[in-house]
Design a protein around this ligand. Structure first.
Ligand SMILES: [Ca+2]
Ligand SMILES: [Ca+2]
Length: 134
C-alpha cells in the first residue's frame, strides 16, 4: 500500500505504515542502527516479499546494505531492532552460514540475486532506516 508523499519527511519514501530512507554512507552495523535512532528510526525490518522488493528499489544494484536483523544475542535466533516478529526471510542459498562463527548482522542485496546474507557486524556498508509515518 503506497501513501501520499506528505506522510513522510522530505527524502523518505512511504511503504505500508512506515517511511524509509537509504543512506549511502558506509558504517558498521551498530553505528547504522544508532544513526537511525538519532532520526527517531530503526534499521529497517522486512515483513513481506513486497516490502523486500520495495527496499531493493531504494538500493543501487551491486550495493550491499545493512538492515535491522541480528542474531548476536543467541546464534540462529534472529531479531529485528524495531521489535517486530522475524517471520519473512529471503536468505541466499547456503545462508545464513555464520561464517567463522562471527556473522550476526543482516545485509541485503547480496550477490546479483539480491538475497540476504549474515555478515560480520563490524564491516561497513550503507543502510536503510525506517520510522513510523508522521
Ligand atoms: Ca550468527
Ligand atoms: Ca554469511
Amino acid at each position: 500500500m503506497y501513501c501520499i508523499a506528505e506522510d513522510c519527511s522530505f527524502g523518505w519514501t512511504p511503504f505500508g505504515v512506515e517511511c524509509f530512507k537509504f543512506f549511502s554512507q558506509t558504517v558498521d552495523w551498530v553505528r547504522a542502527e544508532k544513526n537511525c535512532q538519532s532520526l527517531d528510526a530503526n534499521l529497517a525490518s522486512v515483513r513481506s516479499k513486497a516490502q523486500n522488493e520495495f527496499l531493493m528499489s531504494l538500493v543501487p544494484v551491486n550495493t550491499r546494505v545493512w538492515i535491522g536483523g541480528h542474531d548476536a544475542e543467541m546464534e540462529k535466533q534472529w531479531l529485528w531492532t524495531d521489535g517486530s516478529p522475524f517471520d519473512y526471510t529471503n536468505w541466499c542459498k547456503t545462508q545464513p552460514d555464520n561464517y567463522k562463527a562471527s556473522e550476526h548482522c543482516l545485509e541485503i542485496s547480496y550477490t546479483d540475486k539480491r538475497c540476504w546474507n549474515d555478515q560480520t557486524c563490524t564491516t561497513t556498508k550503507g543502510y536503510i532506516c525506517a520510522r513510523d509515518r508522521i
